[in-house]
Design a binder for this molecule. Structure first.
Ligand SMILES: Cc1ncc(COP(=O)(O)O)c(C=O)c1O
Length: 565
């Protein structure tokens, strides 16, 4: 159909829909029709729906139809997609052909042997609901802009809190938070709230110390800008903030925490990386020592970040012990559970997360272990008012809220960075409404059992060496050929050990790349105590024991090929 024909029909349809305007009752006349619109005819709409539905259904129904990683190159991909701006439109069938190319040139997150990074296949119900959310196109800034979506988001945040056993003071209904694009944004948001809260507490305490009696935090900081401890960073920035404020985390912390410190002006070197123990968990004694040393040196410790599932090995820090340190020193206690916190919903893993409930804030990612399509992270705060205070600024006229009832006056911009926000909550809501929390937790438990199974297979094989315990759903190991194994056993000094290990690092890096490009399975890597590890992260509700065996076979095959090169 030509573009011209489209336009003619569109005009007619605009008239029709105006005539059907049931709400205003205003009469339509032919002169009201738009000459340009992106609306489509009912037939075109059905054709578009058919095309995208078929693509989606085929994709979901055939998870192993294509290699995990496409046999392609940047050049081949650019050849297909790097095209001039299309000034004229195309029909749905031609879009479908392009989409088929997109599928063929994508890494297949749907595949049962996708074990790289932290990537889960999208739960089918949530994938389908995402199209609906896009059609609704709610801008979830506030209740007045998206009443249902706002209530649903506030509800799912509480559901997630309940799933992981994170009850705010008294009950889970007290805590609150918001959905974010992912764990990095949730951590940035958390660190911002932590820094502002603690800076203001210090300002208040400083003001009280000088017995000026100022109760109003903002007034007290505004009155005394010359003192570091009476400084209000929101108003003045960090230019005259006094001694650096410091954050504590283990050396296994996710890069998003140091990045957040950089963005917030805290400075990367003021994230004090404390050594982890032999199981890659934060060493609490070292934590105490570092905090005390910094405080003695005049720095201002304000926050400790513990991992509930480190990105490299899935280790869970001793949260209860970290909570105690935070309490004793009045530090903000943030838990980065972007990867692992949802495993707290699994009965057999709950013990690992003891102390989680004491955190001031928790990040967790539905787009990881709730199997929600990207993007969807979440930040939960024990006391959401802290976020509100942290983000409080001058209210611009154009976003002023006129609603008087508390829930109707609710706005997410008071709690986070974004103003325009998508209806992310629909994915989470669909997963929990359709599958139920029990079924999701059962799948997480099975993922963990598969990581355990893989660790068992690795341990029982002469080809491999396990490099970290499989605490949650991650298995880290390396390929060690018989010769190198013997050499390691015989090596009498550190230097020789180091040389053999360096060779193994290089070998394993090449093996990983070969496995990835081979398309049978997909692994990524971790660097553990300086050693290169192959890393399988299982957040994949399609994976089975057979997939684990096939993956290990693929690693062995790749290793033999690399050794022959
Ligand atoms: C522990 C941890 N924190 C934070 C993140 C960052 O999450 P995102 O990639 O959603 O920004 C990740 C990602 O893997 C993670 O594993």
């Amino acid at each position: 159909m030509s573009t011209h024909e489209h336009d003619g029909e569109r005009g007619a349809r605009a008239d029709e829909s105006a005539a059907r305007d049931e709400v205003s009752g205003a009469p339509a006349s032919s002169g009201d029709a738009r000459s340009a619109s992106l609306d489509v005819t009912p037939d075109e709409l059905r054709e578009l729906a058919r095309v995208f539905n078929e693509l989606t259904l085929d994709y979901i129904e055939s998870p192993t139809a294509l290699p995990v990683f496409p046999e392609t190159s940047a050049e081949a991909v650019a050849e297909i997609f790097r095209r001039p701006l299309p000034f004229e439109g195309a029909d749905a069938r031609s879009l479908a052909r392009d989409c088929a190319e997109i599928i063929r040139h994508s890494r297949q997150s749907r595949h049962p042997r996708m074990f790289g990074y932290v990537a889960s296949p999208a739960a089918p119900a949530a994938a389908l609901a995402s199209g609906f959310a896009a059609a609704l196109n709610q801008n979830v800034t506030s209740w007045r802009s998206a009443p249902a979506a706002t209530e649903i988001e506030r509800t799912v945040v509480r559901w997630l809190a309940e799933m992981i056993g994170y009850a705010g003071e008294g009950s889970s209904a007290v805590c609150g938070g918001l959905l974010t694009s992912g764990g990095s944004m949730a951590n940035l948001n958390a660190l911002f709230v932590a820094q502002r809260t603690k800076a203001r507490e210090a300002a208040r305490d400083g003001a009280q110390d000088t017995s000026r009696g100022a109760q109003d935090i903002s007034r007290s900081s505004a009155q005394d800008t010359s003192r570091g401890d009476a400084h209000d960073p929101s108003r003045e920035g960090l230019w005259s903030a006094g001694a650096p404020m410091t954050v504590y985390a283990s050396d296994q912390i996710h890069l998003s925490v140091t990045k957040a410190a950089d963005i917030l002006g805290i400075g990367r070197e003021h994230v004090r990386l404390v050594p982890s123990d032999e199981k890659f968990r934060l060493d609490v004694r070292a934590l105490r020592e570092r905090i005390e040393a910094d405080a003695r040196a005049g720095l201002r410790p304000f926050c400790v970040v513990a991992s509930a599932g480190t990105v490299s090995t899935g280790a869970v820090d001793p949260l209860a012990d970290v909570a105690r340190v935070a309490r004793e020193r009045s530090l903000w206690f943030h838990v980065d559970g972007a990867y692992g916190a949802l495993a707290a919903s699994v009965e057999s893993k709950r013990e690992l997360f003891a102390g989680l409930g004491e955190a001031d804030s928790v990040s967790l990612d539905p787009h990881k272990w709730l199997y929600a399509p990207i993007d969807c992270g979440c930040l939960i705060l024990r006391d959401p008012l802290r976020a509100r205070t942290a983000f409080a600024g001058t209210e611009e006229g154009y976003i002023k809220i006129f609603e008087r009832q508390e829930d109707e006056a609710f706005a997410f911009w008071d709690y986070g960075l974004e103003l325009s926000r998508p209806f992310r909550a629909l994915k989470v809501w669909t997963i929990l409404r359709y599958y139920g929390a029990r079924r999701v937790s059962a799948s997480i438990e099975e993922d963990c059992a598969l990581a355990d199974y893989m660790a068992g297979q690795v341990g029982a094989s002469d080809d491999f060496e396990l490099l970290a315990p499989a605490t949650l759903g991650i298995c880290c190991f390396r390929y060690v050929p018989t010769g190198a194994r013997r050499e390691l056993e015989d090596a009498e000094d550190e230097e020789k050990h180091e040389r053999i290990n360096a060779r193994l690092d290089e070998l394993n890096a090449r093996v990983m790349h070969r496995v990835q490009r081979g398309g049978v399975a997909y692994l990524s890597n971790a660097v553990l105590r300086g050693r290169f590890a192959l890393r399988a992260s299982i957040t994949n509700f399609r994976a089975t024991r057979r997939d684990i065996r096939v993956t290990l076979d693929a690693v062995c095959r790749a290793a033999r090929e690399v050794e022959k090169e």
